[in-house]
Ligand binder design. Structure first.
Ligand SMILES: Cc1ncc(COP(=O)(O)O)c(C=O)c1O
Length: 390
């Protein structure tokens, strides 16, 4: 009796593995969780205080659907300051997390028959959201270090192309699209008149002197076609607060607001005040997190490549390593599920991101946990190898 719509969507593998691992932990098992897509840091103190103050000030009622004016203004200023994009506050809206922003965007611009180009590997929810909007995901291969180029996009353009999903830095690969390719992608979008959904939730997590480039900042023509999506979740270790935001033309923002007015209404009033504090005060906590992630990133990359039958490209962004396990001969789903059952380490199978032969490890965990997890993987892979040889 369920709708075809929901029957057609797959559950989020990342959340499924994460909750199984957390359940095992609750049962007292010594599980190492390298599956989570969230920083292990706590939300900074000043942000928590701002939320407490909001409660004490009775900011506990409905707000305008698209968010309080102060936060919309702060987001517009953030886009100008950090991304060099001039959005007016009326071209900005707040939703219940980046995921909700993305869902609203897909629903607002995609129709049946439309095609959305999705580079592989992709973050799990894009594909399902595109399907929920009745459109068709068109998968686009990236190169052997997961980098997207304009030529790869160009090959996938048809007269039905309505959108390209651009996620740089990328979850799960950590790849950062080169700036000259972003410029060429912008030219393609202008020439063929399709939207670019630029999901920039990992914008601050870039390493090796890489810099994020927001495609909407390039010129007015591409700005009109770009929908920039972001959230406070990863940047400020605020995953549970559920505040995401979008910058786009007024027409799109208005449509998204209409949609949101009939689903969630405004995001939590209290969380909006917390996000306002996060975006308008010194950004030292972000710098501290990026530094810690960079150290872990180097360690994970080195240690993974020491494991027999596993290799890993150096991730340039986000907080994930996407490791090639194809030489083990195991399917990624078997690898991840047996590893959790037998060695108590949680990772996510690459197939969830559209790529067989890989697993995603999150290094948003302490060095100690990462070390324990990788030691266990090393030992487990060796055992599997010995068993198969024997
Ligand atoms: C690429 C990407 N976009 C968006 C999100 C959504 O983040 P949130 O809904 O917590 O803001 C995530 C979370 O994992 C992500 O990895």
């Amino acid at each position: 009796m369920l709708s075809k719509r929901v029957k057609n969507i797959a559950q989020s593998e990342t959340l499924a593995i994460d909750s199984k691992a957390k359940q095992l932990k609750k049962e007292g098992k010594d599980v190492v969780i390298l599956a989570a897509g969230e920083p292990d840091f706590n939300t900074p103190e000043n942000i928590k205080q701002a939320a407490k103050k909001a409660i004490d000030s009775n900011f506990t009622r409905y707000t305008p659907v698209g968010g309080i004016t102060e936060l919309r203004k702060a987001v517009a200023e953030k886009f100008k300051r950090e991304n060099n994009i001039s959005y007016d506050a009326s071209e900005v809206m707040i939703s219940c997390g980046g995921k909700h922003s993305l869902y609203n965007i897909m629903m607002a611009v995609l129709d049946k028959g439309d095609e959305a180009i999705l580079p592989v590997p992709y973050w799990v929810s894009y594909k399902e959201m595109i399907k929920l909007a009745d459109a068709k995901p068109v998968f686009c291969k990236t190169d052997d270090i997961f980098k997207l180029t304009a030529d790869m996009v160009s090959d996938k353009i048809t007269d039905k192309t309505k959108m390209l999903v651009l996620n740089s830095p990328c979850n799960p690969s950590g790849a950062v699209v080169e700036h000259d390719e972003i410029k060429k992608i912008a030219d393609l979008a202008i020439k063929h008149n399709f939207y670019v959904l630029s999901d920039e939730v990992y914008e601050h997590f870039v390493y090796n002197d890489k810099k994020n480039l927001s495609i909407a900042s390039l010129n007015e023509d591409i700005k009109k076609l770009t929908i920039t999506s972001n959230s406070v979740s990863k940047t400020y270790a605020m995953t549970g607060w559920r505040i995401g935001y979008t910058g786009a033309g007024k027409e799109i923002i208005k449509a998204m607001e209409n949609l949101q007015s009939h689903s969630t209404s405004n995001p939590s009033n209290i969380a909006q005040y917390a996000a306002l504090e996060a975006l308008t005060t010194p950004q030292d906590s972000v710098k501290g997190m990026v530094k810690a992630f960079d150290e872990r990133r180097r360690f994970v990359h080195k240690r993974l490549n020491e494991i027999h039958d596993i290799s890993c490209v150096e991730p340039e962004g986000a907080f994930y390593a996407f490791a090639d396990i194809s030489k083990t001969g195991m399917k990624s789903i078997d690898f991840a599920s047996n590893l959790l059952d037998e060695a108590l380490v949680a990772v996510v199978p690459g197939i969830a991101f559209g790529m067989e032969g890989y697993i995603r490890l999150s290094y948003a965990a302490s060095i100690h946990e990462i070390e324990r997890g990788l030691d266990r993987i090393d030992k487990w892979v060796k055992q599997k190898r010995a068993n198969s040889v024997g």
